[in-house]
Design a protein around this ligand. Structure first.
Ligand SMILES: Nc1ncnc2c1ncn2[C@@H]1O[C@H](COP(=O)(O)OP(=O)(O)O)[C@@H](O)[C@H]1O
Ligand SMILES: C=C(OP(=O)(O)O)C(=O)O
Length: 545
């Protein structure tokens, strides 16, 4: 394998224009080469079937507080400086960019040219320069892979500089909270990742960029969702924050996978994947429960932060490094995929929420007003793992089911979605993949096989003619019957030991919804406001709590 390390770089592509000097740059190495280099450098090892396994070091998940957007003329009047999108000055960005360039200069580095956006009309070139060989292999897995010819003529629109080994020594001086950071500059079209080797930062950085560029410049709605399509061409999309089930539920052997995390909805009535690969969680993974993901773990894939129980054998139940153990793989590691990764307007939209209180029904049908209300609210629990500092489910509201990645005001995305849903005449469903029988600590997480059965029933039209009843507090319409699902669990109140305890918890949650929605109320129509919980929270809270 030494040949790769010693081979002079024959390409003449110029990195000095980015301020990178005297580098030994490897351009677009194959995944096999990158894997061999990773192992040669002692940065990873192989499982028995030859899959690369690496550790990301200190950061095993995203650090949302450390993500920034440059405050300049481009972002000034556009960005909604909400709770997680922090602003940084252009001068501080230039300083950090210069420091990263100095840090990478003189080093052996890895360059990868790839595309994002599978629809040719919206395709965008991204050049990623990484300090580590396996981060580069991640980019090969996750972005769309150009042909040889496309590589020869490749033109990048965005540049990602990823230097996990560079931590800013005096973060406060440069507007940072700590030494690691992830920053987008829309004017320079550069994404910087410093101090963190969590590969998710690279893909979520470009996702955040697309969440600005696509609606502003291209009239495309960007969505934090997975997507698949049935034999009849019926597309389904699954919105949800991290850990709610986008990847798991979209991997359905009976349907073609379009993508597991990020999609655009065009004005030409098309849903397209931004990416060329998947990034699945592998904690507690078994072949029986998640066969498609399990079988995608083969040479070419990269396992992150897993623990080996024996030579070459991974213990997927070991969370001693992190709960957020992962695997990235090119989408073609899944058998049943849509090629290319786009399809027609969706017929069904699922909002996945992982309700840690055990209040929301496992499945319910939403009216247009409820759909807009729940999209803007983005209620879920952050599940242990993906975000730094989250060790048990924490209820949260994340607008558009992806607030940390959305630079514009949530109502911009919500209005686009409502219009598209109306035009396409879709059904919208709220699916709780979280708790049943009580809150976290008392009840238990809804079994994957039941969630799958609910989704399958909907996709087959089996809930089209069943009776629904309205939830007394949330106003959601719950089916009274669903094939292959115990009927008593369809109304969550039945699963709690004490009805009174359920009602007070539900009212409490409804109250949180109302409080969260206050900041959006002035911009929301009556129809949307009426889509919220039915109760007047103060009156009922007094009655019941
Ligand atoms: N009822 C359920 N529905 C979906 N996922 C579930 C369910 N119960 C447990 N899980 C687990 O929750 C995790 C969901 O993660 P994932 O599909 O990667 O979410 P996302 O793609 O939205 O980040 C997986 O580890 C899956 O096995
Ligand atoms: C990679 C991420 O997305 P998800 O957890 O939804 O896969 C992330 O949020 O860091």
């Amino acid at each position: 394998m030494e040949t790769f390390l010693k081979k002079p770089n024959m390409k003449t592509k110029d990195l000095t224009k980015y301020g990178l000097k005297d580098t030994n740059a490897h351009w677009n190495l194959s995944p096999e080469e990158l894997q061999a280099i990773t192992i040669e450098k002692g940065m990873g090892k192989e499982t028995a079937n030859g899959t690369l396994a690496i550790n990301t070091g200190k950061f095993t998940g995203r650090s949302p507080q450390d993500r920034f957007l440059v405050k300049d003329d481009y972002t000034k009047d556009r960005v909604w400086w909400g709770k997680t999108n922090k602003g940084i000055s252009p001068e501080n960005f230039d300083y950090l960019q210069g420091e990263i360039e100095k840090y990478l200069s003189g080093k052996e580095i890895f360059v990868r040219d790839g595309f994002v956006c599978a629809d040719p009309k919206y395709r965008m070139g991204v050049r990623t320069v990484t300090e580590l060989p396996w981060s580069n292999m991640f980019v090969y897995n996750m972005f769309l892979r150009p042909s040889e010819e496309e590589l020869e003529n490749f033109e990048e629109e965005w540049l990602v500089l990823c230097a996990p080994g560079y931590e800013c020594p005096d973060p406060k001086t440069y507007g940072l909270r700590q030494g690691n950071f992830s920053i987008l500059n829309f004017t320079k079209k550069i994404a910087l990742v410093g101090g963190s080797a969590y590969t998710g930062e690279i893909k979520k950085g470009i996702f955040s960029a697309l969440n600005m560029i696509l609606p502003v410049d291209k009239n495309v709605l960007p969505m934090h969702c997975s997507a698949n399509v049935g034999e009849e061409g019926d597309t389904a999309i699954f919105f949800g924050l991290s850990g709610t089930g986008k990847t798991t539920l979209s991997a359905d052997p009976n349907r073609k996978l379009i993508g597991d995390d990020e999609h655009g909805w065009t004005s030409e009535n098309r849903i397209f994947n931004f990416e060329g690969g998947c990034y699945a969680k592998v904690i507690d993974l078994t072949e029986e429960k998640e066969p498609d993901i399990y079988r995608a773990i083969r040479p070419g894939a990269i396992l992150e932060n897993v623990v080996f129980k024996d030579i070459g054998e991974v213990d997927y139940f070991d969370s001693s490094i992190t709960q957020n153990t992962r695997v990235s793989y090119p989408i073609y590691h899944i058998d049943n995929i849509q090629k290319p990764s786009y399809a027609d307007n969706p017929k069904n939209i699922f909002f996945l929420t992982c309700d840690a209180f055990g209040v929301l029904p496992p499945v319910s049908k939403l009216t247009p007003g409820q759909a807009a209300y729940h999209f803007i609210s983005g209620y879920t629990a952050k599940v242990a793992g993906t975000e730094a500092g989250i060790t048990e489910p924490v209820p949260s509201f994340s607008a558009c089911f992806g607030e940390p990645f959305m630079p514009l005001h949530p109502t911009v995305y919500a209005e686009m979605l409502s219009k598209k849903m109306q035009e396409a005449g879709v059904n919208v469903w709220l699916v709780n993949t979280g708790w049943s029988g009580g809150p976290y600590g008392v009840g238990s997480r809804i079994k994957l096989k039941y969630t799958r059965a609910m989704i399958t029933a909907i996709l087959k039209g089996e809930l089209d003619n069943v009776d629904f009843e309205q939830h007394p507090i949330f106003g959601l319409h719950m089916p009274k019957y669903c094939p292959n699902v115990p009927t008593e669990m369809l109304d969550p109140m039945n699963t709690w030991l004490q009805k009174g305890a359920y009602i007070s918890k539900a009212i409490q949650l409804a109250h949180s919804f109302h409080l969260n929605f206050e900041k959006f109320a002035s911009e929301a129509s009556d129809q949307i406001i009426e889509g919220g919980p039915l109760i007047d929270e103060h009156h009922h809270l007094n009655d019941h709590v």
